[in-house]
Design a binder for this molecule. Sequence first.
Ligand code: SAM
Length: 257
Amino acid sequence: MTPVAQTPSTPRPAKPRLLTGLAVKDGFIRHPFDLEFGVRTSGLIAGRHLKCGHSNDRHITAYYGIAPSVFKSILVRWRRCRPVAHIDEFTFVDLGAGMGRALLLASEYPFRSVIGVELHPTLARIARRNLKLWRSTGRPQAPMRLICADAAAFVPPPGPCLAFLFNPFGAPVLRRILALWARNFAGRPGQLDLLYVNNEQEHVLEQHPGFTRLFQGQVRRSHADVVADHRILTSQPAAEYAATPWEDCSIYRWTRA
Ligand SMILES: C[S@@+](CC[C@H](N)C(=O)[O-])C[C@H]1O[C@@H](n2cnc3c(N)ncnc32)[C@H](O)[C@@H]1O
């Protein structure tokens, strides 16, 4: 018997390391939204684990997907605020889109278009995959896209805009965004509305003379979302974040004539 020549085995390419917060050892649990739709938007990643070499990465709060029930409730509240145009004229812009959960939810409304801006390249890549999967389900009513960029440098598209923020960054980035958007919407009162969920930097908007607050209050999670978020947040080894049955939210309108 001739021995079979052993070909040197080619080393398997190393699996890319998961971001801290996305591994089972970090307490990772999939949210029911992902289990239902086969997408990947779960996980809690602290801001310190989202450094990507950009000067604004020190202002990142964390990655966490919005509770679907909160998203739907704040949109109901926004529609009661008498937007300046029909929803199909508005572009929805998620500033700090993460893995895209809010984008997927927004695309179920007939917006003119749905745009996400995400700074971290890995999250942006996951979000793009989610958008592709979502399109294949036929659920979206609006075209969607994800831009991997700093939200502070994103120039809003023409026409009415609905900006969405789920506590993505600290005050310095929010201030820069408001300055840029104020220039873009100068002389166009009512054309920009802003939904702010978990509104930690509310004071920045309060101090801006061009924005008028239309709503401020607690938006409750559904029972299913309370249970899901409680399970996820209490499984975190560092127990850094607490789950509440609501989110502090506000809605602003650009009113400067
Ligand atoms: C709390 S998560 C919100 C995710 C998503 N909007 C949602 O509701 O499901 C905040 C996200 O904002 C991103 N972010 C923070 N600073 C940013 C910046 N300057 N530009 C773009 N994205 C940023 C973070 O990387 C993180 O993914």
